[in-house]
Design a protein around this ligand. Structure first.
Ligand SMILES: C[S@@+](CC[C@H](N)C(=O)[O-])C[C@H]1O[C@@H](n2cnc3c(N)ncnc32)[C@H](O)[C@@H]1O
Length: 280
């Protein structure tokens, strides 16, 4: 949900106290502006606690990282708009660990194809990776440009506008937390960007472990048949982002014997036109 400019100016005021589970505005606002700020904080999941010793909007989770993201991007993931929820730092830490992205190994090439405001991509770059990002939302693209950590920022729909052969080589790592309503399609497409001896690590909805429709079943077989695995995340892993989503990490390597992942080398061998012709 978009935060209007006047409300954003209040929330970004250095006098506002954002700490623990609460946001406190220790100065007077005129009534109409106060009501607009109150409305936005409630939509973000806050509850006004009028008790004298509190007098703050109290959230059901730690709020610093959530508000940092909200202020940077001028929006927040409301209860009614679940497509964007930034990965909280402990999730990012775990994801990067499984991907083997660390300052002990600088120079890995990394793609983040649904980068949001860079919660995964930024820390990957800070560990010395060379990071390319894709993001569909113009506001978040602006935030990514502003941060300046990425080698290349593509503003577009990853599924339809971005093809593996747009990049001359495959990436050593793909790290992602795609929109959950289309997570399997995003991850399947992202596998095409992996180089040889590479790894994809993605946050995914927990349902990929048990849903019995053919697409999800095929996806599970694909991961497990390629020495991949699913690692559960704590049930409350995303509460710092203000949403309740149950998630796992999907890990898919390439380069093993009998690998059937259609990675970047596969796309080079079977360019799109040739593949479509063959499929007819
Ligand atoms: C769950 S959020 C995660 C953001 C970021 N990866 C993170 O972990 O903090 C998913 C992001 O994917 C973006 N997105 C949704 N559909 C997309 C698409 N088709 N192509 C590229 N980005 C997309 C959304 O705008 C949102 O920023």
């Amino acid at each position: 949900m978009k935060i209007p400019d006047d409300v954003l100016a209040v929330l970004a005021d250095p006098r506002v106290i954002i700490a623990g589970d609460r946001v406190r505005i220790p100065f007077e606002l005129d009534r109409p502006l106060y009501e607009r700020v109150d409305h936005i904080l409630r939509m973000a999941g806050g509850r006004w606690d009028r008790r004298k010793r509190v007098r703050a909007h109290v959230f059901g989770h730690q709020v610093e990282e959530f508000m940092r993201q909200a202020i940077a991007s001028a929006e927040f993931p409301s209860r009614y708009e679940q497509g964007w929820y930034p990965s909280p730092p402990p999730v990012v830490e775990k994801l990067l660990e499984h991907a083997g992205i660390s300052d002990q190994r600088p120079g890995l090439t990394v793609l983040e194809p649904s980068a949001g405001t860079g919660c995964i991509a930024g820390p990957a770059a800070a560990r010395g990776a060379v990071v390319d990002v894709v993001e569909i939302d113009a506001r978040r693209v602006e935030v990514l440009h502003r941060q300046g950590f990425a080698r290349r920022v593509v503003h577009g729909d990853f599924l339809t506008d971005v093809h593996p052969l747009d990049y001359p080589e495959g990436f050593s790592r793909v790290v992602m937390n795609p929109p959950f309503n289309d997570a399997v399609a995003h991850v399947e497409h992202a596998l095409g960007f992996l180089g040889d001896d590479a790894v994809l690590v993605s946050v995914m909805p927990e349902y990929v472990l048990w849903r019995s429709d053919l697409t999800t079943k095929k996806f599970r077989w694909h991961v497990e048949g390629n020495e991949g695995e699913f690692v559960p995340l704590p049930r409350d892993a995303f509460t710092p982002s203000g949403v309740t989503v149950h998630a796992v990490l999907a890990i898919v390597p390439t380069g093993h014997e009998g690998c059937t992942v259609r990675n970047h080398s596969w796309h080079r061998r079977y360019p799109k036109q040739q593949y479509e012709l063959f499929a007819l």
